[in-house]
Design a binder for this molecule. Structure first.
Ligand SMILES: CC(C)(COP(=O)([O-])OP(=O)([O-])OC[C@H]1O[C@@H](n2cnc3c(N)ncnc32)[C@H](O)[C@@H]1OP(=O)([O-])[O-])[C@@H](O)C(=O)NCCC(=O)NCCSC(=O)C[C@@](C)(O)CC(=O)[O-]
Ligand SMILES: NC(=O)C1=CN([C@@H]2O[C@H](COP(=O)(O)OP(=O)(O)OC[C@H]3O[C@@H](n4cnc5c(N)ncnc54)[C@H](OP(=O)(O)O)[C@@H]3O)[C@@H](O)[C@H]2O)C=CC1
Length: 428
């Protein structure tokens, strides 16, 4: 491998052993960041108060969440280093470790159903809802024109109105007629874009049908924006048939028991939400979509599937809605989100979505493998031990040493850490 090929490989062993500045250098070389982007990564408090005050209401301060880099991912044949914003230890280590174990077997293959969002318009007090439904459907061309006129920029980017659905929803307070505007929002998450269209169209719908429109808002069940990822881990890479079969049993548990599925999917979202947050996207929108999709069959299930291939290897796949954008919302204005997006080298929202799905699958593999073998505490708590050492007052080199002592004593708690720190400072 030449040095520039090495710079372009995500397969980096021991990245976690580098100093922070060395990690930034390595990532900057990998992604070809410019000086401003590199400088943006190097400051810990990276949003100025004036911008923050414009982003939200009643701003008083900011809370910094660490951003780490998941190594070893290959997505659709391309090596990527993935920024993840999370407060939870072991999350990023698990992704790097999982991706390492499928790197040689090809990494992750992904696809996406499209970038269409749904806006809903609720119509009440219609005496003849079935007739009203057809009246709305007959106006399809007019509706398309009204929607597209709301957002010429989106249309210029190849997006805009795509389709119309009208559903009858029976409720305890009466029958509602619910119009779905299906809009391709391209590189935008699209909430503001489709909400504008729904609000603009609602008075026409009321007039055409003689009913009363009420809510006009997007649906976070973005099931026309489904992202998919799959990967195969060879039996040899994961430690043999017994590990593979234990992981399948772990998956079956999740897919058939909602109590377990909630935790299993929370683990997937550890990875998904961390990339969504790092790139300035809306974590709540993606989380709502994921959990609604997991329950779409009427039973809350696993977002991932695991099976044994003809060769006896472990194949994993994941499908979930992924409403993320590269423009709009906070994405474009948060300087760190911009610099972190530059690391991913993506040009379109669907490329970002596909990387996020790969991270979700890797995260799920890591948690399931740990749970089905040594248990979660060994890996997770040994990394968490550093937080505990820090909380007990350790500083500098003391943090690593106190963490090492409490792991060795299998007493990973604050009291044990305080004792270890006192011993260390007393020369013990
Ligand atoms: C923690 C590991 C990875 C250790 O696993 P290990 O096998 O002891 O690791 P290792 O020391 O042999 O290193 C192997 C690779 O792991 C990565 N790695 C290793 N250490 C680090 C580190 N310090 N910083 C960054 N990366 C690290 C790194 O890629 C490294 O390769 P190298 O760079 O050395 O060539 C493993 O035990 C693991 O994946 N555990 C699972 C952790 C996890 O899932 N955490 C999520 C939080 S728990 C939760 O919220 C969700 C859950 C669990 O409830 C979901 C569910 O129930 O399904
Ligand atoms: N339930 C939910 O999830 C809700 C979420 N939100 C929030 O909405 C925000 C996201 O809305 P969104 O509509 O994406 O944001 P914006 O309205 O800020 O951005 C979308 C706009 O960007 C312009 N644009 C420029 N280039 C492109 C391109 N390549 N592809 C697509 N559009 C392009 C378009 O037109 P133009 O320049 O003319 O604007 C488009 O309308 C997030 O902050 C989210 O938190 C809001 C309400 C509810």
């Amino acid at each position: 491998m030449t040095s520039s090929e090495a710079d372009r490989s995500s397969r980096i062993s021991g990245f976690h052993k580098l100093r922070v500045a060395e990690r930034i250098d390595r990532v900057a070389a990998f992604a070809g960041l410019d000086d401003a982007q590199r400088a943006q990564l190097a400051v810990a408090s990276n949003i100025d108060a004036e911008l923050a005050d414009h982003m939200i209401e009643n701003m008083i301060t900011t809370i910094a969440i660490p951003v780490g880099i998941a190594t070893n991912l290959k997505v659709d044949g391309r090596d990527v280093l993935v920024p993840m914003a999370t407060e939870e230890s072991s999350v990023i280590a698990a992704v790097g470790n999982s991706a390492r174990q499928c790197y040689e077997s090809g990494g992750f293959v992904t696809s996406m159903s499209g970038t269409e969002m749904i806006a809903q318009i609720q119509l009440l007090d219609v005496p003849d809802p079935r007739r009203a439904r057809l009246v709305i459907l007959e106006r399809r061309d007019e509706i398309a024109a009204i929607c597209n006129a709301c957002d010429p920029v989106l249309v210029r980017h190849g997006g805009g109105f795509r389709d119309l659905e009208v559903r009858i929803v029976e409720t305890p307070t009466g029958t509602m007629v619910v119009t779905h505007l299906i809009v391709d929002t391209r590189d935008a998450m699209g909430a503001n874009a489709v909400n504008t269209m729904a609000e603009r169209l609602a008075p026409d719908i009321a007039r055409w049908t003689g009913g009363r429109t009420l809510l006009r808002i997007l649906s976070n069940l973005a099931d026309r924006r489904i992202v998919r990822a799959r990967a195969t881990w060879t039996c040899a890479a994961i430690g043999g048939e017994s590990v593979r079969d234990a992981m399948i049993a772990a998956y079956q548990f999740a897919d058939n028991d909602p109590y377990r599925a909630a935790t299993h999917n929370k683990g997937i979202m550890n990875g998904v939400s961390a990339v969504v947050l790092a790139t300035g996207n809306d974590t709540r929108a993606v989380e709502a979509g994921a959990h609604a999709f997991a329950a779409a069959t009427g039973r809350y299930r696993s977002l991932s599937s695991w099976e044994v291939t003809a060769e006896g290897d472990l194949a994993g796949s994941i499908e979930l809605p992924m409403a993320v954008g590269l423009v709009g919302g906070a994405v474009k204005i948060h300087p760190t989100a911009r610099a972190l997006l530059a690391i991913l080298r993506v040009e379109h929202a669907h490329e970002l979505a596909r990387i996020i799905a790969a991270v979700g699958l890797a995260q799920n593999f890591g948690a399931m493998r740990a749970l089905a073998t040594e248990g979660i505490q060994k890996g997770h708590m040994s990394l968490h031990a550093q937080n505990i050492a820090f909380a007990a007052g350790a500083t500098g080199d003391e943090v690593g040493e106190v963490a090492r002592r409490i792991i060795e004593r299998q007493a990973i708690g604050e009291e044990a850490a305080a004792r270890a720190l006192a011993e260390l400072r007393g020369g013990g």
